[in-house]
Design a protein around this ligand. Structure first.
Ligand code: ACM
Length: 537
């Protein structure tokens, strides 16, 4: 029977070759609607193809496309304004849609033998269309002419927050790699990069008013070897930081890719790097402190910020510099895993509890975050915090990042706060991809299909609360991720799965079909020399 069907299609091809539909391209994330055109209508991209754009808002997309073609396909195309060239053939045209669209990030692509037409109402929408176009190119870059199948695509994202995080405290990644990482996010139509800049194991952002933060807090004297309790310490001084000029450069690079960079400045816990530089901001000012060398949270060793006026002044100074560097309307202030024993043992904190009428140490956590929120709000920005910020009462405008499962996120949505879902069982990409992974990873297991099948809208939410689920995010904690190649190994292909969770319509998600499309995606990764996890091949 199979043979028969094959024969019929062969006959059809021989007699009516012009009517045979092209194969649908293997796109990730899968678009909302995609219709194959006829094989005979394929477009042939070559060195004579022109890039046309209707207005300067599309300059970054036109430049991105041209740089990409130059780098990977050895083609350098000429560009022209679209006006006056509407009838021209052999073009990639980028045209603004005027009027209302269903979603501001929406785009359309029409490929015919005359050219590739991308249209969108916004610059970001056009950029997403251009990213899709890059996946229509053949993954094999050897040639002078590249055939692009005739296709018609309408697409827009399911969620408005599509995030990926990178921890640069446990291990430091230089600007060149951070930019690569941002490119990887752009390829997957992600729009937020959560930059985890501070933690117990190193402070990574230059603060002009407090140079000690990077001079002292940016360096640790040793790192644990292996999973806690480990097999010893390596005794190697380790560190690094970004200057403010480098930060501005990264932010601009991300902006050109329609990605907002959200900086995270951890408080009141995860602060050993701060306290190594400024022990007077701890609950035990006389005790010497050092930047942490052992991964994990050790309540007995990792002191936390004292909720004193000195601390708040310090944090406001730091946040003032941070907010000047990052145009993001959102500032992540951490809030997770703050060991309360330090505040229990601190006379100052116990007096504060009495003076302010706080319930207990959880009340102090809430007081702390409320104060920081007030300051950040006074500068016109909104705080994001890990779900511990719910404890003791949520700050009025805070956005919650739910990591200890979904419970915190569900509770916050019910309180009508925006939520980013990042439960560690589904969204922690530092966990192993395989039961026995290729190298040392955090000791939990997160296979690809779990990421792919993650649903950010919990079943227990009713329709009225669903809209508070802003999106989801993958987290890349770097305790066991010591170099860029390992980041790529942990990221790919789980980022592909995440992008489909966040971008594609829920009813289109299909794991076997995703696995099939990944084979083509891997050829693209080969073109980019990405160190993806090859065991999926
Ligand atoms: C976290 O993993 N402590 C947010």
């Amino acid at each position: 029977m199979k043979l028969l069907i094959l024969n019929y299609s062969l006959i059809a091809f021989l007699f009516f070759p012009s009517e045979i539909k092209a194969q649908l391209p293997d796109l990730i994330p899968l678009p909302v609607e995609m219709k194959a055109g006829e094989i005979k209508n394929a477009f042939s991209l070559n060195s004579n193809t022109l890039i046309l754009w209707s207005d300067t808002g599309f300059n970054p997309s036109a430049a991105f496309l041209n740089n990409y073609l130059k780098k990977h396909y050895h083609l350098e195309l000429r560009g022209l304004p679209y006006a006056g060239q509407e009838k021209r053939k052999n073009v990639v045209s980028m045209v603004r849609v005027v009027g209302t669209v269903k979603n501001p990030d929406q785009y359309r692509i029409e490929v015919t033998q005359n050219g590739i037409h991308i249209s969108a109402a916004t610059d970001a929408g056009l950029f997403y269309g251009m990213q899709t176009l890059l996946q229509l190119l053949p993954p094999n870059a050897n040639g002078a002419t590249y055939a692009i199948p005739a296709v018609s695509i309408l697409d827009y994202p399911r969620f408005d927050y599509r995030g990926m995080h990178l921890d640069v405290s446990r291990h430091f990644f230089d600007v060149a790699f951070v930019k690569k990482y941002i490119d990887y996010l752009a390829m997957h139509k992600m729009n937020y990069f959560h930059w985890h800049l501070t933690d117990d194991h190193g402070w990574r952002i230059e603060i002009k008013k407090y140079p000690e933060l990077t001079e002292i807090g940016g360096w640790r004297n040793s790192s644990i070897i292996g999973i806690y309790p480990g097999t010893g310490n390596d005794g190697i001084r380790y560190g690094g930081f970004y200057t403010q000029e480098q930060i501005k450069d990264v932010v601009k690079y991300a902006q050109e890719r329609y990605i907002t960079v959200i900086p995270e400045i951890e408080m009141p816990g995860h602060s050993m790097a701060v306290l190594a530089a400024f022990p007077h901001l701890s609950t035990t000012p006389a005790a010497p402190k050092k930047v942490a060398e052992t991964w994990g949270i050790f309540n007995k060793f990792n002191n936390v910020l004292l909720p004193s006026e000195q601390t708040f002044t310090f944090l406001e100074d730091v946040l003032t510099e941070v907010m000047a560097l990052f145009p993001s309307p959102y500032i992540h202030i951490g809030g997770d895993e703050c060991a309360k024993i330090w505040w229990k043992q601190s006379t100052f904190t116990q007096n504060l509890i009495k003076e302010k009428g706080l319930k207990d140490e959880n009340g102090v956590q809430s007081y702390f975050i409320h104060r920081i929120e007030q300051f950040v709000n006074s500068k016109g920005k909104t705080i994001i915090g890990w779900d511990e910020i719910l404890v003791g009462g949520l700050a009025p405008n805070a956005i919650v990042m739910s990591w200890r499962g979904e419970k915190g996120g569900i509770a916050a949505a019910k309180e009508q706060h925006k939520v980013i879902m990042t439960p560690e069982n589904s969204m922690y990409f530092n966990h192993s991809q395989f039961m026995k992974d290729d190298s040392l990873t955090a000791s939990k297991f997160l296979p690809l299909d779990i990421v792919y099948n993650y649903e950010p809208i919990a079943k227990t939410l009713d329709a009225a609360d669903e809209k508070y689920i802003w999106g989801a995010q993958g987290n890349m904690w770097s305790e066991y991720i010591t170099n860029p190649a390992k980041v790529e190994y942990m990221l790919f292909p789980r980022l592909d799965a995440l992008s489909e969770v966040l971008w594609s319509p829920k009813n289109k998600r299909n794991y076997p079909d995703f696995e099939r499309r990944l084979k083509t995606q891997f050829k693209r990764y080969d073109l980019h020399r990405i160190n993806y996890s090859k065991r999926y091949l």
